[in-house]
Design a protein around this ligand. Sequence first.
Ligand code: FAD
Ligand code: NAD
Length: 394
Amino acid sequence: MSDQYDVIVIGAGPAGYPCAIRAGQNKLKVACIDEWQNHDGSYAFGGTCLNAGCIPSKALLESSELYHRAHAEFAVHGIKLTGVSFDVAAMQKRKAQIVKQSTAGIASLLKGAGVTALVGHGKLLPGNKVEFTDKDGNKQELTAKHVVLASGSVPTELKSLPFDGKDVVDSWGALEFDAVPKRLGVIGAGVIGLELGSVWRRLGAEVVVLEAMDAFLPMADKAVANEALKHLKKQGLDIRLGAKVSGADKTKDGVVVKYTDAKGEQTVTVDKVVVAIGRRPFTKNLLADGTGVELDERGFVKVDHECRTAVPNVWAVGDLVRGPMLAHKGKEEGVVVADLIAGLHGHVNYDLVPSVIYTAPEIAWVGQTEEQVKASGRAYKVGSFPFIGPGNTG
Ligand code: FAD
Ligand code: NAD
């Protein structure tokens, strides 16, 4: 293996692998390094999104929605089913197959674009060099004209309620339950909390969602957030706003989560807890001393509007840098960087990154909210149309 490349991409999630593929398509000599390891010990490309995020969550959202509709909605349509039941193991098997197919697809796409895929750890050294450590611990120094950092993000831990991989889990853990928890506590009414809370609620769990803020989904239009809250509560999600978690005790009866709200100190006892209070950029052992790459106060790699770091020819994309932590945002940045490296034109319009929460109904928005437009002082008009208007077929 020659150790000189035009481009080395560290990380093969939705930001890194499209960058590597596009750079390969731009006729550059590219290596893409990734160390992702699944719970069964296997290595896979595709990052959080394909292995433990977007793809598995959407697979379970679909299975649980189909069950819910068959169980609770078909009768309204005059479709009679008796004895509708579900099998969590079969749902998990389908999900695992979808993940496996998708991640194998990335490996083929990289190969098709002529990218050298390296399984192991990448670390940026000073002078645009990369130390590659393979899965057996062998080290090699690679050089590249350009290095793209795309090491993504990891779940934020709640100090008062640390993950234990069994009763207190992160989103990946909550995607791998082998049985429906009778009582599920979700910390954080954000995107993950609502999607995974919906999955297990539809399958029969009693779900309590504790959200620290008084406002529900403040990043969406108030009108949309208010409507969504009504629907989700009707579906049985017990969403408690202004609930600040202070700790938990593991007892014979389950995990007793302690929180304070406007009424004072409260507790709720559950069988499992999913902590989904956001994610943080992942830079562990990514940057050797003296690279010159700067981090901001929250640990994100500092970049300009074109994803350039403070170091010439070192770029950073995806969840590792500012902006929404979304797969399509990272992908767009990765592709743009690969084009800029090749001397082509590229531009990301950060004002128009769409967001979707895949609950039922789905909650989606793009651009500024009404509240943001109002705060800007510009004149504006509101148009709204209830979906029930054109005839309710739901
Ligand atoms: P990642 O996907 O985190 O990939 C980074 C990769 O780099 C990983 O494979 C990691 O192992 C590897 N890596 C890190 N450091 C090194 C190193 N030093 N050397 C080698 N390899 C390294 N977004 C959406 O847009 N739509 C959704 O529906 C959606 N659903 C989600 C559901 C869940 C449960 C979660 C957790 C996230 C979801 N997201 C969704 C967010 C999405 O997964 C992320 O925005 C996206 O994965 C970020 O891509 P990335 O490439 O920046 O990082
Ligand atoms: P999030 O930022 O969407 O929501 C976290 C929530 O937790 C917020 O409402 C926050 O106020 C609350 N919170 C923070 N600290 C808390 C505390 N101590 N107690 C109670 N509540 C607390 O984060 P997430 O849901 O963990 O998702 C992480 C990222 O993954 C998001 O940036 C999201 O964009 C991405 N994601 C996207 C999708 C999608 O696009 N459909 C799906 C899942 C995840």
